[in-house]
Structures are given as C-alpha cells and as structure tokens.
Design a protein around this ligand. Structure first.
Ligand code: GLP
Length: 261
C-alpha cells in the first residue's frame, strides 16, 4: 500500500484525477471500477472538465460500479445508476452500453450478482478500481464481517451506513437497507486500486484501514493485501495516521512519483 497525503481536498482530488487520466491515456480501452458517494462528485466533475478541455477520450472505456441499492430501479433518482449518469456518464463520450452497475430490482438478485461477476471477467477484469471509504470501514458496501474472499452479493447495510447515506434521500426513511456490492475478493482482483479519502470525519477509520490489523470488521483493511493500492488522503483525513512522515518521505523520494510531485 502507498499513502499519499495532499494539503487539502482539492489537491487530493487533482492527483486522483491525474492518475486516472494518465491510466486512460496509456490504455484507451481501460476497464475502470467506479465508486459513488459525496467524495467522488468533485472527482467526476474534474474528469468531465478534462474531457471537455483536453478531449480525454472515454469512447473505448468499460466501467463497473461497486454497488447499487436493492429495491431502487435504475431510473430512480436515488439509484447509483442515476448518480453515475448525472455526475459522469451523461457528460462524457462513454458508450452507455459499456457502463455497468448491478440492477437492484432484478427478479433474481443472486443471478444478477453472478452475472455481474461474469461480466467483469468477460471484460478482462478491472484495470483500475476507484474506491472511497465509508465510516463503517466499508469499501463498496462491504460492511463489517464481509469475508475477505467475498464476491458480488447482497449485503445488509449497518445502522452507521444508513445514518451516513440516508440524508441524501429526499425522505431519509426511503433509503434501502440492503445493497448489491462487489465483494472484497472482487475488489482485490482489480489490477490497481486507488482510494480517495478526504475530510476529518474519515480520519479514525482511515487510520484503522491503513495502520490497523487486517480484519473483516474494517473491509478497507483488506487493501493491505493488494499488491498495487494507492491511498490518496487530504491532511484532515490523514490526521490520525501515525506514520505520516514516513509516507511523505516515500512520496518525496520514490522516482515513480516524480511526475506527480
Ligand atoms: C457509499 C458507497 C461507498 C463510498 C461511501 C463513501 O456508502 N457505497 O463506495 O465509499 O459511500 O461516501 P462519501 O464519499 O459520501 O463519504
């Protein structure tokens, strides 16, 4: 795992956008794993600007989102499909048929989960998986006790996650209590993981994920097992990391990061 600490939210988002744009320029038919949440809204806006201003080309890209609420149709304004269309897909030159999210109203949810895994495999696997972190330590909706080798499946949401996300619904009690999510094992199969974490409220959970023991109680800690995972945090989110100076030293001295300093 690598941890890069940027001065503020904007710089963290800038670096994350640059890494994604560079990966896309290097491989135009990139298979991108995508995340939702408030943190990602600015990142998508930044990538949209890169598309508009410099012609960053998404025409050959395939995407797979981490998760979707069970019981919300894709057309529901609160679905993650609507979120992705609104913040990203409708604003870039991606082919909609190449954008994948689980269907939260599928007649057979288990079959939908198995099919999602099959679609990822058929696309050749995920090249770059973008991740946020929930206060419960989840990546995607892999709530505490998610098996390290779990695959895409249905998962009940914790009260903490419901408290975190329900304010985004017009009527908070409308928030579904279950979701389909890629498993921890699905995420660990991605060739590269990029986790963007900003804000003081994420500091305690980020410290557990990065410096704590690997435990299914904090699914993000499973990323310590990933051979190529980069965490990009702003100073506020990094506040509780004990080895901050060491991470800064690596970023300042590792030739790999030179173009990004
Ligand atoms: C949701 C998503 C997660 C995301 C989390 C963080 O729960 N399922 O993938 O990491 O939100 O959200 P925010 O950026 O709003 O803190």
């Amino acid at each position: 795992m690598e941890v890069i600490i940027r001065k503020n939210r904007i710089e963290a988002r800038e670096l994350t956008a640059r890494l994604i744009a560079d990966a896309l320029r290097a491989k135009p038919n990139l298979v991108l794993g995508l995340a939702t949440g408030r943190t990602m809204e600015e990142l998508y806006a930044r990538l949209v600007r890169e598309h508009t201003d410099t012609g960053l080309d998404f025409s050959a890209v395939t995407t797979f989102n981490l998760d979707e609420y069970i019981g919300l149709a894709p057309s529901d304004p609160n679905s993650y499909r609507s979120y992705m269309n609104h913040h990203f897909f409708d604003r870039i030159n991606i082919k909609k048929e190449n954008t994948h999210l689980p269907i939260g109203v599928a007649a057979d949810l288990n079959a939908e989960c198995a099919d999602y895994e099959a679609r990822i495999k058929a696309a050749g696997g995920i090249d770059l998986q973008l991740l946020g972190i929930g206060k419960s330590g989840h990546v995607g909706f892999n709530e505490p006790l998610s098996a390290m080798r779990s695959r895409t499946r249905c998962k009940a949401l914790t009260p903490e996650t419901i408290a975190q996300n329900s304010p985004l619904f017009d009527n908070p009690s409308d928030m579904p209590k279950r979701a389909i999510t890629m498993g921890v094992g699905t995420i660990l199969d991605a060739r590269r993981c990029l986790m963007l974490v900003t804000g003081a409220d994420k500091a305690p959970v980020l410290a557990k994920a990065v410096e704590g023991p690997i435990t299914s109680m904090i699914s993000a800690s499973a990323l310590q097992l990933h051979p190529r995972c980069t965490v990009i945090a702003d100073e506020k989110a990094a506040a509780a990391l004990e080895q901050k100076d060491y991470y800064r030293w690596i970023f300042a001295n590792d030739p790999e990061w030179e173009p990004y300093r």
